[in-house]
Design a protein around this ligand. Structure first.
Ligand SMILES: *[C@@H]1O[C@H](CO)[C@@H](O)[C@H](O)[C@H]1NC(C)=O
Ligand SMILES: *[C@@H]1O[C@H](CO)[C@@H](O)[C@H](O)[C@H]1NC(C)=O
Ligand SMILES: *[C@@H]1O[C@H](CO)[C@@H](O)[C@H](O)[C@H]1NC(C)=O
Ligand SMILES: *[C@@H]1O[C@H](CO)[C@@H](O)[C@H](O)[C@H]1NC(C)=O
Ligand SMILES: *[C@@H]1O[C@H](CO)[C@@H](O)[C@H](O)[C@H]1NC(C)=O
Ligand SMILES: *[C@@H]1O[C@H](CO)[C@@H](O)[C@H](O)[C@H]1NC(C)=O
Length: 474
């Protein structure tokens, strides 16, 4: 189970057609914001574009992307909305890298080798980095009219969306409002049922493709088990799936199933209506396309699995250049899987299970095993209530100026905020939308819900920046 959490690409890696242009800078972030024992700092990377910034405008904001678990350039490339909105708001654009990811490693390649190095990785330390960076930016980019406040709008998708919501909750005097796209802030113990994620994923396959595809995937697990039970079957699996390491034992059979499980989830996350590059180029509606390749005779194990392999080929080998299938990887090099493993072992403990009524295999959530694995890997143990205590769990009716958006085809919508929580912390539901599709560059093939949402965001952001000015001037 731990492996499942660790390998699932939590954020989406795709490259936009319009590469954004920015300057790369670093600032000295405090290693520890929550004690006065050391003045140590480390260089935190951020990307900045000041082309649209208008210091004479009383309402021009900073658009601040709260970086998540990966190389920040990837998020800049996949958040076209920020770039499209910036000229209209005369905004300063900033994408800040999350500590312990990308190039922002406080202790270089030692960062994950010992708790004395890794222990400074937490969401709260990251938020405090962002607050200090914003203070520096306000000095470097002052308003023409002295003392005029600069509104700050936080943006983020996935874990980055969780951070953008939380930074508004924790620092309302610095952050004016937040767009939290596909942010599963409730994917935690006792907030969401642990089987919800698999159930949403399964219904997304039913809706995007058909029930036949769901049944084929469901039947594939026992087919793999039957073939994986003996040498001849394992040789056939090796020949068919072309793994980098032969499927020679039970544990390799499990690796194959884990790898496919992660692939089905990732495919659902990037199930956009238009072609997008996900390492290998994917067509529009990739779930439907993959399922089309798999319509097959499910009464025959080998035929069934040949269909599954065809599906995996579309996902991993779209370029036709892949030498072998790497069961240890989903090909998402830009995501910091080590950092996310660590966070999943400390505060970001998101229970996942399956009761056997989805297209996935039945599996229990076993916190003891998770905890023991965490201790073996990092010498830490998870604190399942940490996030709820720190950020309020479901008791967030005191929050304001947050947009929680969720695509209903996105597996992570299972832990998202789907109801308005206060007058100005509101939920936007995107039928037909996959993982933070609304944060991506606009596309003619966007579902109507996404087109409408973008208009709505623009009017809300205008209200937010005007409120900051009006409060100052009155
Ligand atoms: C900001 O982005 C725009 C649009 O891509 C680009 O033309 C401009 O050169 C960029 N400015 C900086 C300072 O990178
Ligand atoms: C931190 O820096 C301040 C100001 O330079 C200095 O006075 C103080 O001794 C430093 N504290 C530590 C713990 O090094
Ligand atoms: C860690 O980084 C240092 C300095 O960049 C390098 O000399 C060393 O070989 C690296 N060690 C490992 C294990 O990668
Ligand atoms: C979750 O809720 C149940 C029932 O209220 C309770 O027994 C359990 O201790 C809670 N779990 C945690 C980790 O708080
Ligand atoms: C990837 O596609 C190419 C071209 O069709 C094929 O030759 C190769 O065997 C495929 N690789 C894998 C691992 O299936
Ligand atoms: C949430 O609030 C928005 C904006 O006020 C409103 O348009 C929408 O209808 C509300 N949704 C629900 C479910 O009440």
């Amino acid at each position: 189970m731990l492996k499942f959490l660790a390998v699932v690409a939590f954020a989406v890696v795709t490259v936009a057609a319009n590469e954004p242009v920015y300057k790369t800078k670093t600032f000295n972030a405090k290693l520890d914001h929550f004690s006065f024992t050391s003045n140590a700092t480390f260089p935190l990377r951020y990307l900045i574009n000041d082309t649209y910034w208008n210091p004479s405008s009383t309402v021009a904001p900073i658009f601040f992307y709260t970086g998540n678990e990966g190389d920040i350039t990837m998020f800049a490339e996949n958040s076209g909305l920020v770039w499209e909105f910036a000229p209209h708001f005369e905004a300063l654009i900033v994408f800040a890298e999350h500590r312990y990811y990308g190039e922002s490693l406080p202790f270089g390649n030692l960062s994950f080798t010992d708790p004395k190095y890794s222990g400074y990785l937490s969401s709260s330390q990251a938020l405090a980095d962002y607050i200090d960076l914003i203070a520096e930016l306000k000095i470097a980019y002052p308003k023409k009219q002295k003392h005029h406040p600069t509104p700050v709008i936080a943006f983020g998708g996935s874990y980055g969306g969780m951070l953008s919501a939380w930074i508004r909750m924790k620092y309302p005097g610095v952050i004016t409002g937040a767009l939290a796209a596909s942010a599963p802030i409730w994917q935690f113990t006792n907030m969401t049922s642990c089987d919800a994620f698999n159930r949403v994923t399964t219904s997304a396959y039913g809706e995007s493709a058909n029930q036949g595809c769901v049944d084929t995937i469901k039947k594939s697990w026992s087919a793999i088990d039957r073939l994986g039970a003996n040498d001849a079957g394992r040789a056939w699996l090796t020949q068919t799936f072309k793994p980098c390491k032969p499927i020679s034992g039970k544990s390799n059979v499990k690796d194959l199933k884990d790898w496919l499980t992660d692939m089905w989830v990732n495919l659902a996350m990037v199930n956009y209506p238009y072609p997008a590059n996900f390492l290998a180029p994917l067509p529009g509606h990739p779930v439907r396309e993959v399922c089309k390749r798999m319509v097959t005779d499910v009464s025959d194990d080998k035929k069934l699995l040949l269909g599954i392999f065809e599906g995996a080929t579309l996902y991993f080998n779209g370029t036709g250049t892949l030498k072998c299938m790497d069961f240890d990887s989903q090909g998402t090099q830009d995501l910091g899987t080590l950092g996310w493993d660590y966070q999943s072992c400390t505060e970001m403990v998101m229970p996942m299970c399956d009761r056997g009524d989805t297209m996935f295999e039945k599996v229990a959530w076993d916190i003891k095993t998770v905890s023991d694995n965490c201790y073996a890997q990092f010498k830490v143990r998870p604190n399942v209530n940490y996030v709820r205590n720190l950020y309020g769990g479901k008791e967030i009716s005191a929050s304001s100026n947050i947009i929680f958006s969720n695509g209903l085809l996105d597996p992570w919508s299972s832990g998202g905020v789907l109801n308005n929580v206060s007058d100005t912390s509101i939920a936007v539901i995107l039928p037909g939308g996959a993982h933070h599709i609304d944060l991506r560059a606009s596309n003619p093939l966007d579902p109507p819900s996404v087109k409408q949402a973008r208009k709505f965001y623009r009017s809300i952001f205008k209200q937010w920046v005007n409120t900051v000015r009006n409060e100052y001037e009155n």
